[in-house]
Design a protein around this ligand. Structure first.
Ligand SMILES: Cc1cc2nc3c(=O)[nH]c(=O)nc-3n(C[C@H](O)[C@H](O)[C@H](O)COP(=O)(O)OP(=O)(O)OC[C@H]3O[C@@H](n4cnc5c(N)ncnc54)[C@H](O)[C@@H]3O)c2cc1C
Length: 433
């Protein structure tokens, strides 16, 4: 079978690799992943997903492999999404809301998560040490219908494709060029340039991993978070790696600093004393947990201002490059995976050819942009609520259900209905931007 489409994926994180796996199911699509680093790599931390992301991983034939590395084999029965607990007093705290959903939250070690995707990549697809610096568009060269894109890498090499997918993360080079070209070369609204740089959310996060045995007392009593994902004034903790490790992320926010410049380095090491001082005076369970973190890292949490479009011409954005969000709904990676699923479905459809590519990209954008941008905005609101900075402050009785309703997007549709909607749109074309 001939190749109908050459797709270059720039960036081999969770989004880029999921897209590569999903596209490799189609024999008439050539897939290449260009990764800046010398190998695919994820940080040593946890990542959680929800039922709809699990369904996508299952549809892509990876359920068995992911089940093996989850905190426990995923199970459709209602499970704990998060146990919300007020902890910011020295006395023992108490639950103010229990968020339960089918499958609960499904938790992984990030490096293991990436390994499953890597193991499903066909040979020859990955190219390392390829940091994209710019791309150029040449109309109708080599007889390809509608021209092609040339990728230029920092090592002075080049590559060609019909479609470039920017999966290059929150600081995306491709987003920057796409928006700059759109404004400077095609007369787009100059306000779009405000969407190039991520904005600081005003939140600092501390992350660390704890071997689970450190959270079991000599008398056998276990820390609550081993069995139950916890959320406090804003300490998030849950077990990963078949229950052998507890992942901790803590947050400290100054909402008034939203969208102010953050001058420091985004990710640094920090001392255990710094994180303990930040939550001094909290309930004993939190204290015990934080004292077990040996090598915390400190993160300045940034997000994007929601983009009004995700593609121009034959360049399209996916994952954090399109909609980097705060992590307060544990959804950035899940949204990247959902992007990858929908984009692969529309590109792989038999109606999609080089000459109808813009229809496929339009369908992808129409389905994915509203949801991903909704989750982006909702995540920030959720973060405010977790720290009692939302409209209900610490009025805990109505606050719990309001927090729960922030997750409604999980159930408003399914990945299958979103896919069917996208495929149904393949006969529409978007007016050019
Ligand atoms: C504290 C924290 C906790 C989180 N927890 C969760 C969670 O529990 N659940 C969840 O769903 N999400 C979570 N997220 C969000 C999630 O981590 C991201 O949304 C997700 O990893 C984005 O994946 P991506 O593939 O789009 O980008 P990335 O993972 O950033 O991958 C981008 C890739 O592109 C490469 N690259 C960059 N520039 C170039 C270039 N010019 N050329 C070539 N390659 C390039 C990079 O090396 C990298 O490999 C969390 C985020 C944070 C900060």
């Amino acid at each position: 079978m001939g190749v109908k489409l050459r797709v270059a994926i720039c960036g081999g994180g969770i989004g880029g690799l999921t897209l590569a796996v999903a596209l490799s199911r189609y024999h008439d699509i050539q897939v290449d992943v260009y990764e800046a680093a010398g190998q695919f790599k994820e940080i040593g931390a946890g990542v959680m997903i929800w039922a709809r992301t699990w369904e996508i991983l299952s549809m892509l034939g990876m359920a068995e492999d992911f089940a093996r590395i989850a905190h426990a084999p995923p199970d459709q029965a209602p499970g704990i999404g998060f146990d919300y607990r007020r902890s910011d007093h020295p006395q023992e705290g108490s639950r103010f809301y229990l968020f339960q959903v089918p499958y609960g939250c499904i938790r992984f070690h990030r490096a293991q998560f990436l390994d499953v995707l890597i193991n499903h990549l066909p040979d020859g697809v990955a190219h390392f040490g390829k940091r994209l610096t710019t791309y150029t568009y040449s109309p109708s060269s080599h007889g390809r219908d509608g021209g092609q894109i040339t990728l230029h890498f920092a090592d002075d090499s080049t590559a060609e494709c019909d479609l470039l997918v920017g999966c290059d993360g929150i600081k995306s080079t491709i987003r920057k060029q796409m928006l700059t070209d759109h404004v400077r070369k095609h007369g787009g609204d100059p306000k779009l340039l405000n969407h190039i740089e991520p904005v600081w959310s005003g939140t600092t996060a501390y992350r660390g991993l704890i071997p689970v045995h450190r959270l079991v007392k000599p008398d056998g009593r276990k820390h609550r978070t081993i069995d139950s994902p916890m959320m406090d004034k804003h300490v998030v903790s849950y077990s990963i790696s078949a229950g052998s490790i507890v992942n901790v992320v803590t947050f400290a926010s100054q909402p008034q600093l939203y969208d102010t410049p953050y001058d420091g380095v985004w990710v640094t090491n920090c001392s255990p004393a710094e994180i303990q001082a930040c939550y001094a005076g909290w309930e004993p369970e939190v204290d015990e947990l934080l004292k077990c973190i040996e090598k915390p890292t400190k993160w300045a949490i940034h997000e994007l201002k929601p983009l009004p479009f995700y593609f121009t011409g034959r360049v399209v954005l996916l994952g954090d490059a399109a909609h980097a969000m705060t992590p307060h709904q544990g959804a950035g990676a899940g949204q990247a995976i959902e992007d990858a699923f929908i984009l692969a479905e529309v590109l792989g459809h038999r109606q999609t050819t080089l000459s109808t590519l813009s229809r496929a990209l339009t369908a992808y954008e129409r389905v994915r942009l509203p949801m991903a941008n909704h989750v982006l905005k909702g995540s920030r609101q959720s973060g405010n609520m977790y720290e009692f900075n939302g409209p209900l402050a610490d009025n805990l009785v109505p606050l719990g259900p309001l927090i729960g309703s922030q997750w409604d997007w999980l159930w408003d549709s399914t990945p299958q209905t979103e896919r069917d909607r996208a495929l149904g749109m393949l006969h529409y074309a978007r007016a050019s931007l």
